[in-house]
Design a protein around this ligand. Structure first.
Ligand SMILES: C[S@@+](CC[C@H](N)C(=O)[O-])C[C@H]1O[C@@H](n2cnc3c(N)ncnc32)[C@H](O)[C@@H]1O
Length: 208
């Protein structure tokens, strides 16, 4: 991390980060009530920050474990004067376990680590147990968006949600969705584009 990023974390964390205690009362985290959107693994935070700036009436939680990305997000929140975004700087499993049921309007996971080797597949973020928890935390008709350039991962997510009464594929069974128009091109999306990899988009509606 650069010195500026280290300073960003030290000076801004208490102002813009949330933790296991403060997420218990989500309403008190933001000055204005509004729909609550979660972006998991926001990387360099470009999409999180531009989403929060473009939609001031929506509240955002960004979750990330990579310190430089967290620092970049905290500095951007300060520079842009955003009051509708908070950072959870820990593993997302802790966040979702700590959040109240039916608290989220949307969950975005864009280009999660694909763990392509067979022996590493268990390390993938989106697994059946994780989808079960997300379904509890999302409101009814809440949206889960997932993007990857790893076909095997994308097919697994489609399959896990296909036989599941909690989810409806917005594109129709076994089908890919269009790219979410509101997403700015993320760092890993850019990499996939440069490599001319196909990108698979999944949009699910929570039914419970
Ligand atoms: C491949 S990067 C994608 C970053 C960004 N979404 C993009 O498209 O450029 C995956 C990100 O997920 C984060 N991540 C992985 N596991 C996580 C977890 N359990 N909780 C929170 N963030 C996680 C990583 O630190 C990394 O920044």
């Amino acid at each position: 991390m650069t010195q500026a990023q280290k300073r960003g974390i030290v000076n801004l964390r208490s102002k813009y980060a949330c933790d296991l205690e403060t997420i218990k009362d989500i309403g008190s985290l933001f000055p204005t009530p509004g729909p609550l959107a979660l972006e998991i693994g926001f990387g360099n935070s470009d999409n999180l920050i531009s989403s929060a700036a473009a939609r001031p009436n929506t509240n955002y939680i960004g979750c990330e474990v990579h310190p430089p990305g967290v620092a970049q997000a905290l500095i951007a929140i300060e520079d842009c004067g955003l009051t509708n975004v908070k950072i959870f700087y820990r593993d997302v499993h802790d966040l979702v376990m700590g959040l109240g049921d039916l608290s989220l309007d949307s969950v975005d996971i864009f280009f999660p680590d694909p763990w392509p080797k067979k022996k590493h597949i268990k390390r993938r973020l989106v697994q059946s147990k994780f989808l079960e928890i997300l379904a509890l935390k999302l409101k009814r008709n809440g949206i889960f968006r997932f993007s990857t350039d790893n076909l095997a991962y994308a097919l697994d997510v489609l399959e896990l949600t296909r036989h599941n009464k909690c989810w409806r594929n917005l594109a129709g069974e076994r089908l890919w969705s269009p790219r979410p128009t509101q997403r700015v091109i993320t760092r890993f999306e850019e990499k996939a584009r440069k490599a001319q990899s196909e990108i698979f988009e999944i949009s699910m509606c929570c039914l419970i």
